[in-house]
Structure formats: C-alpha cells, structure tokens
Design a binder for this molecule. Structure first.
Ligand SMILES: NC(=O)c1ccc[n+]([C@@H]2O[C@H](COP(=O)([O-])OP(=O)(O)OC[C@H]3O[C@@H](n4cnc5c(N)ncnc54)[C@H](OP(=O)(O)O)[C@@H]3O)[C@@H](O)[C@H]2O)c1
Length: 329
C-alpha cells in the first residue's frame, strides 16, 4: 500500500542527531565546516565584475524609458529581463512567479515545475516549463535565453503516517527514493547552475536556509537527509561558478502577508540565536526579485529574517538592505 505523506514545514525540528547517514546515500564523514566555506578566487572575481556591469547597463535602459517617449519604446522592451523561477509550483516559488507576472514592464516571467499538475496549479501558461532538475537535459530549454535564474527548488521531507501528537509522540520523517537532498539540493541545484552558466545567465539567486554552519543541526538528521549540508554544498558551487550570485539563507518560512515587516539580514546563523528568526514567504519572494535590481545584492550570501509586525518599519529600501551585507559567503 502506498504510504500517505504529509508535507511538513522545513524548519520543523526533531532532537534526533544522526549526522551523515542516508538510507541510500552516505555522505563522507570527512565533510567539515571548513570545507563548506569558500571565497571566490581573485581570478573569478574579475570575470564576475565584467558580467555584472553588463547587467547594470541593461538596467540603465529602463531608466530611459520613464523619461522619453515613443522613440525609445523598443529599447525599453529590450531592457525587460527574462527571469525564470524554478520550484515555481512550490509555496515560495509560486509567489515569485506571480510577482514577476505582475511586473510586465520589467520582467518576462518564466517558471519551471516538476509536473504537468503543478503547471496547471499555477495557471498553465506557456511560460511554465516542465522539467526535473535531477535530469540536466530536461531543464535546458527552460533556461535558454534567460537573464536571471531564481532557484526555489528543494527536497521536501515527508511526515510518516500515524503521528499522534496527543500521545506525546515525535513525528518521523523520510524522503522519497531518488528525492533525497543529495539528489535535489545538490545534484539538482548543480544542474541548474551548470545550465545557467552554459546559457550565459547573468545572475543566479538561490534560496537556502539558515542553520548551515552547524553540521549537527537537527534538520540534518531529518529523514537522515543531511539537507543543510547538501544545500550548503550547492551554495558553495554557485559562489565558485563565476556567475554573479545572491544567496539568501532564509529563517523559518511563514505563510503570512508580505510587506508588513522590517527585514533583517545577518551572517553565520547569528539571527538563529535571537528571537527574530522567521520570515513571511512573500517577503522572501520580494527579496529574490529585488536582488535582481541592485548591484549591492551581487556576490553576497546572507541570512534573512524579519522583526515581528509592528516592531520597526516595513522595509522599502532594498538598496539599503543589500548594502548592509558584507559577506560573500
Ligand atoms: N520551510 C521553511 O521553513 C524553510 C526555512 C528556510 C528555508 N527554506 C527553504 O526555502 C525554499 C522555499 O521553501 P518552500 O517551503 O517555499 O518550498 P516548497 O514549497 O517545499 O517547494 C519546493 C519545490 O521544489 C520542487 N522540486 C522538488 N524536487 C524537484 C525536482 N526534482 N525537479 C523540479 N522541482 C522540484 C517542488 O516541486 P513539486 O511541487 O513538484 O514537489 C516544489 O515546488 C527551499 O529551498 C527551502 O528549503 C524553507
């Protein structure tokens, strides 16, 4: 009989600690926190800078559009950036896709989903491609011709059936065969980054998770998937790729209204030690899109959370937000 599965919030935690064991895939115990850190080499920096300036040139065309009339309409159209969001059927991915579609003067939106069913769920438009990030060839058509890629795919732990909180039980989790973090968060993200590089994509925004500095974080033992380890490895691969990048390590995601809170950026999981370690999904989605608009967001990796609603002022100035970040990884 097929096992009934329940999707669970990613930051659910258990106290189990069984690091570096997967059901089918074992992670070498030699992985250390130092091997998970990196800084782009000076040689890659120079190529990054030239790519970033070409992106900035396009943005300046958009500025012309607001001031001049008919003769620059064609130029304005060519300045629209084609942006694809992967995991577009996911809870944050579909918000990004919707926001891109709502800004047709700025972006030509595309989505990548895993199934036809997910495609229909987000409207079934022709700009939604179906592909599996674990199969490199299947995502090439979607990424061809895009200016920017926003990665919102993730392995999703499933809750084993039979959990009864009234009996004081702890929920147990598993990943489906072939959908472990190693395949989705490492191989799948790597395939996307490789495809982006081959297609000349000018910026990649990758959403990851806070907690990655702690190899013994309880999330790593969830389903024996080492999810934060594999996510971090993909982040490292992106930072080494030579493509201008923005790595957003979100706190606990909440399905709340966006635009109402003051956003907080941090580094090295410092925010996890505070009371402010959650963020609304629409706010993460907005930061993903705003990261495309400011050079201050490029070559940066940062933690992201928000103050509670009513504390502080809702963030409107994203250039200032990105300017606070000093960390490249
Ligand atoms: N939940 C949290 O509290 C939390 C906290 C911090 C960070 N994050 C991170 O934030 C990001 C967004 O989270 P979310 O909860 O909004 O995501 P989500 O709803 O779990 O969506 C994940 C998406 O990835 C897609 N996907 C999985 N395997 C795929 C494959 N092989 N090929 C193509 N697509 C595939 C899924 O497609 P299907 O719909 O077809 O399954 C789904 O749409 C994730 O990286 C997550 O790890 C989450």
């Amino acid at each position: 009989m097929a096992m009934a599965a329940t999707r669970v919030p990613f930051l659910s935690s258990t106290n189990a600690t069984t690091p570096f064991q997967c059901h089918k895939y074992s992670l070498p115990s030699t992985v250390s926190s130092s091997s998970l850190r990196l800084l782009p080499s000076p040689s890659s920096c120079s190529s990054l800078l030239s790519l970033s300036s070409s992106f900035a040139t396009r943005r300046s065309h958009k500025g012309v559009k607001g001031r001049v009339g008919i003769s620059v309409v064609a130029m304005a159209d060519s300045s629209k950036r084609t942006v694809i969001v992967t995991g577009a059927g996911g809870r944050t991915g579909q918000i990004v896709y919707k926001k891109l579609k709502e800004r047709p003067n700025e972006y030509v939106a595309r989505g990548l989903v895993r199934t036809e069913e997910s495609k229909q769920k987000i409207g079934g438009a022709d700009d939604v491609f179906v592909g599996d990030i674990r199969d490199a060839d299947s995502i090439v058509p979607a990424i061809q011709g895009v200016d920017a890629l926003i990665i919102l795919t993730s392995a999703v732990p499933q809750m084993k059936p039979g959990f009864d909180p009234t009996k004081g039980q702890r929920p147990e989790f598993y990943f489906e065969d072939g959908a472990y973090p190693e395949q989705v968060d490492w191989i799948g993200q790597k395939n996307q980054i490789d495809a982006a590089k081959a297609a000349g994509v000018k910026q990649v925004v990758l959403v990851g998770s806070m907690g990655g500095t702690d190899l013994n974080h309880p999330l790593n033992s969830l389903g024996n998937g080492n999810i934060l380890v594999w996510k971090r490895k993909a982040e490292q691969y992106l930072a080494d790729s030579g493509i201008p990048y923005t790595i957003i390590r979100a706190g606990g995601l909440q399905d709340k209204e966006g635009g109402l809170r003051e956003l907080l950026v941090g580094k090295d999981d410092e925010l996890l030690k505070t009371e402010t370690r959650t963020i609304a999904r629409p706010d993460v989605a907005e930061v993903c899109i705003q990261a495309l608009n400011f050079e201050e967001a490029q070559f940066k990796a940062f933690d992201l959370a928000s103050k509670p609603e009513g504390a502080g002022s809702p963030t409107k100035d994203f250039k200032a937000l990105f300017s606070q970040i000093t960390t490249r990884f």
